[in-house]
Design a binder for this molecule. Structure first.
Ligand code: NDP
Length: 326
């Protein structure tokens, strides 16, 4: 038996509870992992609270991230005792995930734990941090350099935003953080933001084009915020879009794309091919100041993950949440 959060949906409704689960209930997979830590991402918050249609099969163990040690493996690349991590691949949505003491998975989904990170640090990064790095890599791939001007990061006090701000600042970019929490301005400046703007400046309908300001952007908010960022991005600037914390719509015009050559780069971490994942984790090992992870993250127990998920969806959690599942 092992402990895990189980989401159920039936005539009694949608609910998440901490339960004792029998090993025999684990799904099929080549590799069994003794999980040490998981995390809470925005998607986990939606799954646990039921506020978004994340879970595709019931009962489900949520948790799109995990880190742990291989207990048994029939996969050629992994032996018992190896330290591994996992982000995405539909785990915690359609396949049992990381918010439990055990997981059974496809070996090809795993990434060896980079030696630069402890298990806790890997989860302080988690999907949010790895997605932030995918955004940074996309900016680089499209040629955005520090000399091209300020980089805007929206939802900056959240998980993706905190890691994006930290990494971009270390790489020498001038980061302008956008946050709805003015009380987090000091925190964002300590991560490396040069300026903090109020989210309200971006969240209402704006003009098709505005004054050019951003060399690039990392947007986790979507909706009017993403439209306004595109409208104020400089000629040939690049906007990476990875989130929908403010809405799934995109009420924009094509003006920034056809008149200013702005690039809108979509970022998906879930099905991201393995070479790109390995590259993102390799770069996190180089370009993320691990001493900042303590400031970015808080650690909670498995039982606390359920109430904390609701706070996260309400935008009340700063940075990243590590879950110690043991
Ligand atoms: P968090 O909850 O940690 O951060 C989201 C932040 O967005 C909040 O902290 C808040 O920042 C801001 N925010 C919240 N609600 C609103 C709102 N209504 N309007 C404007 N801003 C808002 O989530 P994550 O960082 O884990 O994820 C951020 C987004 O990115 C989510 O939508 C998530 O689904 C998406 N995501 C996508 C991935 C992909 O593969 N494409 C992978 C990972 C995440 P502040 O208080 O500073 O304003």
């Amino acid at each position: 038996m092992f402990k895990g959060i189980l989401i159920e949906k039936d005539d009694a409704g949608y609910r998440a509870n901490l339960k004792d689960i029998d090993d025999a209930q684990l799904p099929e997979g080549e590799v069994t992992v003794r999980v040490s830590h998981s995390t809470l991402n925005y998607k986990d918050g939606l799954a646990i609270t039921g506020k978004g249609p994340v879970v595709r099969r019931f009962p489900m163990v949520p948790g799109i991230d995990l880190v742990g040690t291989i207990e048994s493996s029939t996969h050629a690349d992994y032996q018992p005792g190896d330290s591994v991590l996992l982000n995405g691949w539909g785990v915690g949505e359609g396949h049992w995930g990381g918010l439990a003491q055990k997981a059974r998975l496809k070996g090809d989904w795993l990434v060896p734990l980079p030696k630069q990170f402890s298990p806790q640090q890997a989860m302080a990064i988690g999907t949010a941090g790895y997605t932030a790095m995918l955004c940074v890599l996309a900016l680089e791939r499209h040629g955005v350099m520090p000399a091209h001007g300020e980089i805007l990061v929206s939802g900056a006090a959240g998980g993706v935003g905190s890691v994006a701000t930290t990494v971009l600042a270390k790489l020498g970019y001038t980061v302008v953080a956008v946050s709805g929490r003015t009380e987090e301005a000091d925190y964002l400046k300590r991560l490396g933001a040069s300026e903090v703007l109020n989210r309200a400046e971006f969240s209402s309908p704006g003009k098709p084009l505005g004054k050019e300001r951003w060399g690039g952007a990392v947007d986790v908010v979507g909706s009017h915020t993403l439209a306004n960022i595109c409208a104020t991005t400089k000629y040939r600037g690049v906007v990476t879009a990875c989130g929908l914390a403010g809405g799934m719509d995109f009420p924009a015009t094509v003006a920034p794309f056809i008149l200013r050559g702005v690039t809108l780069a979509g970022i998906d971490s879930v099905m991201c091919p393995r070479p790109d994942r390995l590259e993102a984790w390799r770069r996190l090992g180089i370009d993320l100041d691990v001493s900042k992870l303590e400031m970015i993250s808080t650690e909670i127990s498995l039982a606390d993950a359920i109430p904390t998920a609701a706070k996260l969806i309400d935008g009340k959690i700063r940075g990243r949440v590590i879950v110690d599942v043991n």
